[in-house]
Design a protein around this ligand. Sequence first.
Ligand code: AMP
Length: 606
Amino acid sequence: MSDLSELIVGIDLGTTNSEVAAFVDGRVKVLGPADRQILPSCVGFSASGELLVGEAARNQQALYPERTVRSIKRRMGSPETVMVGGRNFTPPEISALILRELAEWARASLGELPQKAVITVPAYFSDAQRSATREAGALAGLEVVRILNEPTAASLAYGYGDGSRHTALIYDLGGGTFDVSVVTVEGDVTEVLASHGNNRLGGDDFDDLLAARLMDEFQKRHGVDLRKGYPAAHARLRWVAEEAKKKLSFEPYVAIREDALIEVSGKPLHLEMEVSRLEYEEMIRPLVESTLDSVSKALQDSGKGPGDMDAVLLVGGSVRTPLVFNLLADRIGLEPRGDVHPDLCVALGAGVLASRLSGHGVGRVLVDVSPYSFGISFLGERGGVPYPHCYKPIIRRNTPLPLTRTEQYVTSYPFQTEVDLHIYQGEDDDALKNILVGDFRIEGLNGLPGPNEILCRMRLDLDGILEVAAVEKRTGKSKQITIANALAAKSPEEIAAARKRSQELFESRSERVDESEDDYEEIEAEEGVIEGEFAAAASLPGEPEAADLVERSRKLLDRMHQDDREEAIDLHERIGTAIESGDAPALAEASRALKELLFFMEGRAN
Ligand code: AMP
């Protein structure tokens, strides 16, 4: 860039985090040193009085709250001052320090210190709050050429604002605030029709709930309440809770181990536990549901219904929580979009406007996403009857790349030692209507009497290479395959041919009964709460015989009449339960019944 006055940056000055974006190499990019793009909106002073902005300030926040300030955005526009390190500051003065740091980040990337900026604010910000934001810009040496509403910025990042008229719902759940807006976008004009929210609700509250759960567990194990007099351990657990929460967005469970949280009488006390996503989702469900009430109110105020929405756009770090996506999709009846990085979306949108104002024609921001969903088939229910080719994506389309997602399934019959994975590309909940992209078998699993947890991990990179692994959770035993070109576009003919192939594959499998090949599907979706690991069962008298009966009858399931099949499955379950609970008489009884059934079945089969 040759003319300094041409450089305009877009800034998201957030409650928890802030970012700066600008037009670089033909596209809008978020700028930052090395691999950092997000600046925590935190300011502080070190013990020696040195100014700390961002990460360093955030890191000392728990230990030195009197020397650190966070969430200053909440005070913008109010006359109050904040005391930091023994000195008083106005909210715009603190915000200016954050803006100045971002301007430095831009200088490091562009070689020039920006002097003009577009800065975003929430749609509900009053005139006083907007003026305070302008003042912060001026104090940082930035001319604020536009104050931009955050939902408008999000819609710009998604490419609305070019051409036809759209109505969108923008759902923004950050660390400490929640906003939902209904906007119409036409050309360069975006109108915020209605806006609702709660500026005391966000991912931090999720952390608090999870941290409370960890502290309860610690108290149960060690009899010590960390809420009383252990500030360092408390702060550490909040950090652990946040990390665990983030993992639970992509993994079905998280194993937490924190050594020596505190010492009591010279003895270090540890925390060790596992939290499943289902358990976590139950904790946060009331909070997520409360955001849906705001969504309904915003729709009502805007005079629009869910069916009028052209898009639901997800913004803010906490929208990665799968429960948010699922409940919102149910409520609106439209799949929400999170393909523009949710943490960076507002900054990128500000960058789009900044680029346009400085004379660069920019449409939407460019992101690399998976254009397809990927998942595996499993035994579930369709129309009230068991169906072995149920499908639910593990990787959802329009998710930014690269990415890794894991889901948990369980084996579907007792003593199961192998699992076949069929990997599909597509959206249909009937796997056979999707495209089979690969399959493999994992063998040598622990043949447990009860359900054995199997994790399916999918990793998709920017080159379209899809790695799929199946992992037996209790042992870590795993097998994986790599599928190259998973993202290659397929012609309609190829798709039709692939579907036909997968249909035939399954038809031929069910015909191969004389090879004793069973078509009784391998893995089953985990529906209920994961109960934790099954204790290794002590061997009961009659157990090996029962295992043999289960194995023999399983191979005949395909040929059984519906009623017999149901009875056989029921007996398999009873045998499994009897072994797990060490109930020898129940095992003998179920084995006897299965043996009888098998006698007739094998007689008929021969
Ligand atoms: P924001 O205020 O938009 O920067 O969002 C910050 C919030 O997003 C914090 O509460 C983070 O813990 C949360 N967050 C970041 N990554 C994830 C994730 N993978 N899953 C759930 N929440 C996340």
